[in-house]
Design a binder for this molecule. Structure first.
Ligand code: MLC
Ligand code: AMP
Length: 496
């Protein structure tokens, strides 16, 4: 299909698109920043021609400016984790062949030395205003072109870049806007990171497509969020289960009158959504008891966008993720790659449709392995019961979900082997009430070496994002191995 990339900022000129601290940015102001940014990036060129531009900016006007600026100029945006450590950023920058990193003067991220080392340019999203004065036309970008590379961990050690076209982005956004009834009257807090689809698509892009208002927050602050919700500031909340656990803890700690005001505030909202990891039935039940809200749980992945959802109207079932969203084809397959038509028979969830990604950037082999007969293999095992999907788990023990973040056990193991005291390392996820799973490591040490959890945490701090660092450590004489010499991770779970 050849169509121009969607405009995406669809609020009335004077409507407020983004609130950031005391600053309120109208749609008209954001639109002019985006155009200026795009012209600055082009700097006289007609089209960026799929140049990869990293966006390393926390939530706020500069992030939206950079993302849309890159799109309008014909580039591919590569949103990166502002809290990532240098080795992680280096991997993504090199893997995606990034030519320039956009940062924000207001929220600087120390990327200078790394850019210098890699010979990559850096510019501020709000620095391009002068170049932007020339009123050159912006390119017409076909929908079939790539819009974004989003890095995601998998069963390979280092994260892979999933390529999403403008068509896929539009399909993901319009599907959710319709399914969850977004309108310009909506108002949503944004505290999730903006290098994953949950923050980028479900919160920011759906809101801006609908002409709604996004309140950008530097991080989750349960106290402040609950105060604002008591004050009726928001109509919609989208979060990972860990956030609901943290909100429940906070609400339960409040004195009765204050607790009632906060719970009444949540009750008045039109929608509370949970996703990115399994929402435990007890969290669903407690949230309903406290706030009267039946959490709408949905299921998705970086490669597919949101795929399966409980209904807006109708029964939202605890422990279930609902039914395929409009436009999404989802199907359970058995080990022989045959579709499972019967209820209650488990198999792998596979997804196809307009919203699904194109492939992994520069990784044909991984792309080939992740599709079968046009279906994307999610690696998640599910059953359908009474018409609703229920996710049972993952086919690989090497994928951990912690606080909604996907962590590759192999990536953490590779990193740990760089520690001078560690001879062997095996990493697994352990169940945890707050985080869903936490990262745990079993290691053997080199002769005469010693290692404690605090020392390991300190060592990890400069080398990997906090959510990947092991929270449990077991030093062993030998790792449990099978006859083939492979570590038996299932056995490790019991030992840890
Ligand atoms: C942080 N900590 C963790 C942790 N993350 N501990 C265990 N497991 C983790 N995953 C530790 C920190 O090191 C710190 O410890 C303490 O917890 C508080 O950290 P924090 O960063 O201040 O936590 P907080 O701000 O409360 O963040 C919690 C959170 C965050 C849930 C908001 O984890 C988050 O934004 N998760 C969302 C990830 C996401 O968007 N995933 C979507 C992927 S897309 P100490 O010792 O220093 O105090 C996808 C598709 C789909 O999955 O379906 O959506
Ligand atoms: P990511 O690669 O970070 O996009 O994570 C995608 C993965 O998150 C999926 O493959 C699932 O394993 C998991 N996931 C997302 N939503 C849910 C959910 N509602 N219940 C269980 N798992 C989920």
């Amino acid at each position: 299909m050849s169509m121009a990339a969607f405009p995406a900022l669809r609020g009335g000129n004077q409507d407020i698109a983004l609130i950031e601290g005391d600053a309120r940015h109208s749609y008209a102001a954001l639109e002019s920043c985006v155009k200026a940014c795009a012209r600055g990036l082009l700097n006289g060129k007609a089209d960026l021609g799929q140049e990869r531009i990293a966006v390393l900016i926390p939530a706020g006007r500069d992030y939206a400016t950079a993302l849309h600026g890159v799109w309008r100029a014909g580039g591919i945006a590569v949103p990166l984790n502002v809290a990532a450590k240098a080795p992680e950023l280096e991997h993504c920058l090199l893997q995606a062949g990034v030519s320039r990193v956009m940062t924000s003067r207001q929220h600087p991220v120390a990327i200078g030395p790394l850019c210098e080392k890699l010979g990559i340019g850096a510019s501020h999203a709000d620095d391009t205003q002068d170049a932007g004065r020339q009123q050159r036309p912006l390119p017409s970008v076909e929908e079939s072109r790539a819009a974004m590379i989003v890095f995601t961990s998998g069963t390979t050690s280092r994260p892979k870049g999933a390529v999403l076209t403008h068509q896929a982005v539009r399909a993901q956004v319009t599907m959710l806007v319709e399914a969850w009834r977004w309108t310009r009257n909506d108002s949503i807090p944004l505290f999730l990171p903006l290098h994953h689809l949950h923050g980028i698509i479900n919160v920011l892009s759906c809101a801006l497509w609908s002409g709604a208002t996004v309140h950008a927050m530097p991080k989750l602050d349960a106290v402040r969020l609950c105060e604002q919700i008591a004050g009726g500031v928001f109509s919609v909340l989208m979060a990972v289960p860990t956030v609901y656990v943290k909100l429940i803890e906070h609400i339960e700690s409040l004195p009765a009158p204050q607790r009632k005001t906060v719970c009444d505030g949540f009750q008045r909202m039109r929608l509370n959504v949970s996703g990115s990891a399994a929402c435990p039935a007890r969290v669903f039940a407690r949230w309903k008891e406290l706030t009267g809200q039946a959490l709408l749980e949905r299921y998705g992945a970086t490669e597919t966008g949101m795929a399966i959802s409980n209904p807006y109207d109708g029964e939202r079932r605890a422990g279930f993720v609902g039914q395929p969203l409009p436009g999404v084809m989802a199907q359970i397959f058995d080990e022989n790659d045959q579709p499972v038509e019967k209820e209650a028979v488990p198999g792998e969830v596979r997804v196809r449709g307009e919203a699904v990604f194109q492939g992994y950037w520069n990784d044909e082999r991984a792309t080939r392995n992740s599709f079968i007969n046009g279906w994307f293999r999610t690696g998640d095992i599910a059953v359908v019961e009474n018409g609703y999907y229920r996710i049972l788990g993952r086919s690989s023990i090497d994928i951990i979900k912690s606080g909604g973040y996907k962590v590759s056990a192999l990536e953490v193991e590779d990193a740990l082997l760089g520690h001078e005291a560690i001879r062997e390392a095996a990493v697994i996820g352990l169940p945890d009430e707050t985080w869903g799973e936490i990262v745990a490591a079993a290691v053997t040490l080199k002769d005469g070496a010693s290692l404690g959890l605090d020392g390991l945490k300190q060592w990890c701090a400069g080398r990997m994002s906090a959510y990947k660092a092991p929270r449990r450590l077991k030093v062993m004489d030998a790792l449990p191995r099978n006859a083939m010499g492979k570590v038996v991770k299932a056995a490790l779970r019991d030992l840890l």
